[in-house]
Design a protein around this ligand. Sequence first.
Ligand code: C2O
Ligand code: CU
Length: 520
Amino acid sequence: MKKGILIAIITSLILIFLFIAFSNKGQDVDMIDFDRSVLNLDLAENSEIIEYPNISLSLSADIIKKEVNGGEIRMFGYNGQIPGPIIKVKQGEELEIEFTNNLDQDTTVHWHGLRLDNEFDGVPGMTQEPIQPGQKFIYKLKFPDAGLYWYHPHIREDYQQELGLYGNILVESSQENKKFNREEFLFLDDIQLYEGDVTPFYQNVVYQTLMGRFGNVMLVNGQEKYDLIVNEGEVVRFYLTNSANTRVFNLKIPGARIKVVGSDVGYYENEFFSDSVILAPSERAIIDIYFDKSGNYELKNINPLKEYSLGTVKVVDGQVLKDFSQDFLILDKNDGFSMFEQYSSKPADVELVLDIKMGSMEHGLMQNMDHGMHGGGMMAGSIDGIEWEDTMAMMNYGSTNKNVEWLITDKKTGKTNEDIDYKWNVGDYVKIRLFNDPNSMHPMQHPIHFHGNRFVVLSKDGINNENMVWKDTVLVPIGATYDIILEVSNPGEWMAHCHIAEHLESGMMAKFEVMQKEGN
Ligand code: C2O
Ligand code: CU
């Protein structure tokens, strides 16, 4: 056992060394910095809740500064806020958003998870042109499904989202029956700092593409320590969104029982109790917690390698207007998922393999290392198929979007990434198999996101999912096989991609086109 670990470490070190030697050779581009000055910038504000805006509102992406880890750094915020405004709407409503780009670079806004009209999906070069600095774009949003959504840029997410561009949209159903005393929106995030600023970003090259950019400071709603005061006996609903570039969170609140109510696009078939919630980049969770005893409850991110404190919920004596403690114990059900049973026995319509191509290694020395790696050399950091931390920072630093290409490959045709262009019809239910190849040069988990259409997870490694929920992102750990059923419902050209920002920048995206059936 010990010997195995030693071999793994040595193999890793050799690989790191070779990789750096290679990546330096291939790097003939001059890296162009972004402006990082904080001169004359306004301070970031806290997010405002915009409740049931009438018909329209305006939103801007602004350059601001914020104190993080004791220093002021240049960041971005929607309407000058981190997170951006929380927008609450009613299911079935429509909303026009007049968006202005006040950044020093192009951007777009993607309304993550919404089944909206294709032309407002915010994908540059696909649904719209990039919005240049000083320019405006009108987004017309639709909210057909109740649930928790979020918005973020779809250009250089690795930079823009990391700097603070993210906000929530809550779509409430018309029969909403609120069985909680208070609601709280939490963005789980991290930021990678170095000597008082973010680790450098470059305009013309994205790096840390191997692992993605793991932060060394945890943030909840842009703050290093989350703080909440509630009254003893309150049931609090938390709306959680992971806005990190690559980090998977495992949220725990020791001493508190978590009722898991919803996920990406709506509510679970069966609500359930759990002592933790795992969230991959872009995934959401809706949870209720009953704080029955006064005292301090710590919010923690606990993974197999590290433990972080994210903040505290302070429970004090106080008045509780309505007692929901009994409702808290009841686990509600939501139906509408039984139709998916029939798909378990059907073969997959398409099979996608998740893999990597490491450019310089193809012809180089590293190819010879290939066999050595499968023993776990490069997988040394993964536990349960997930890289919870950046266990190979050096190698990650040497990786760019030029020497690493992350791959989605269609098994039948051999097509990869943007060459994949499925054509499906409104009304189709497509069974998609996602396989994360553990024998790839560098296996890693991938949160795979589909735009504009929702899906359910049918099975994992052949075991049926007994508790369905509508999703837009599914985390596929190393070696895992997930079968999902995509409900094809929304016409237009859409993307499916990995939501690790650096993987997306390294090509990990496919396309699918949804056609209206004739006669419609
Ligand atoms: Cu939240 Cu294409 O992304
Ligand atoms: Cu990925």
